[in-house]
Design a protein around this ligand. Structure first.
Ligand SMILES: [Zn+2]
Length: 220
C-alpha cells in the first residue's frame, strides 16, 4: 500500500484512542498518522526490513493500549496510537504487493520481513500494488471517515494525503519506465542513493544486455 494510505489508516485507528484524551485529540491523531508513516522511513536502507516489525510493533501495541487505558496520560495515549499505526502498517504490507520494481507483475515473494521468525513473509496481494485503484479507494474511504472527526489542521493533512494518493495512482504504472530512462543518466552518487528496487532493476537489465551482447558475439 502507498504511504498516504498507511498515514490515513494510522490516523483512523487512533480515533477511538483520542476519546481517552479528548483535550489532546489532534495530538493523538497525529501520533497515529506518524506511526503509519514511520516504518517506510527505511525506504532507502533495507526497505520493509529495517523499520518494519510486524510482530514486535503488534506486541508493543497490545501492551500499550491497556496501559493507556489505565494511565490515561496524553503521552501514554499518543504512544499507543503511534504503535497501533506502525503495527497496522507492517501487517497491511503483507496484504499488498511485493518488493519488485513493477509489483503488478507479481514476481516477488517478499512483502515484509518478520524479525521474530527470521524470514520474509510473502505478499498476499489483496491490494495488488502500491498505487493500485483499490489502494486509492481505501485511501479515499479512510479520508472520508477522518474528515468527519478531524479538526481544521488535520483536515488539511487529510486532503493533502488524498491528493498525493491520487497523483501517485495516476503515475504509478509509468514510474518504473521513467526511472529506467532517467536513472542511467544520473551521476553514480545519486544512483547509489536510490531505493534498492531501482538499482537492482538496472543491474538486472545491464546483465541481460551484456548477456545478449555476448550471445550475439558468440553467434548464439
Ligand atoms: Zn511499508
Amino acid at each position: 500500500m502507498m504511504l498516504p494510505t498507511h498515514a490515513l489508516a494510522g490516523a483512523a485507528l487512533a480515533v477511538p484512542l483520542a476519546a481517552l484524551a479528548p483535550e489532546a485529540a489532534p495530538l493523538v491523531l497525529a501520533a497515529g498518522l506518524l506511526g503509519g508513516v514511520l516504518p517506510d522511513m527505511d525506504l532507502y536502507v533495507g526497505h520493509r526490513r529495517t523499520l518494519h516489525f510486524p510482530v514486535y510493533y503488534s506486541t508493543a501495541a497490545v501492551v500499550a493500549v491497556p496501559a493507556a487505558l489505565v494511565v490515561g496520560t496524553t503521552a501514554s495515549v499518543a504512544l499507543a496510537a503511534l504503535l497501533i499505526g506502525a503495527a497496522a502498517h507492517c501487517v497491511a504490507d503483507v496484504f499488498g504487493g511485493g518488493l519488485e520494481l513493477r509489483p503488478w507483475e507479481a514476481t516477488a515473494d517478499r512483502a515484509v520481513y518478520d524479525h521474530f521468525n527470521g524470514r520474509w513473509i510473502a505478499p498476499r496481494r489483496w491490494i495488488r500494488y502500491d498505487g493500485a485503484p483499490e489502494d486509492l479507494l481505501l485511501s479515499t474511504t479512510l479520508a472520508a471517515g477522518l474528515w468527519g472527526v478531524a479538526g481544521g489542521e488535520l483536515r488539511i493533512v487529510v486532503a493533502g494525503a488524498l491528493a498525493i494518493a491520487a497523483a501517485y495512482t495516476v503515475v504509478r504504472r509509468v514510474l518504473p519506465s521513467v526511472v529506467e530512462v532517467i536513472v542511467p543518466a544520473l551521476p553514480t552518487p545519486v544512483v547509489t542513493s536510490l531505493p534498492a528496487r531501482y538499482r537492482t532493476s538496472l543491474r538486472a537489465d545491464a546483465a541481460a544486455d551484456s548477456e545478449t551482447g555476448r550471445a550475439t558475439r558468440d553467434g548464439r
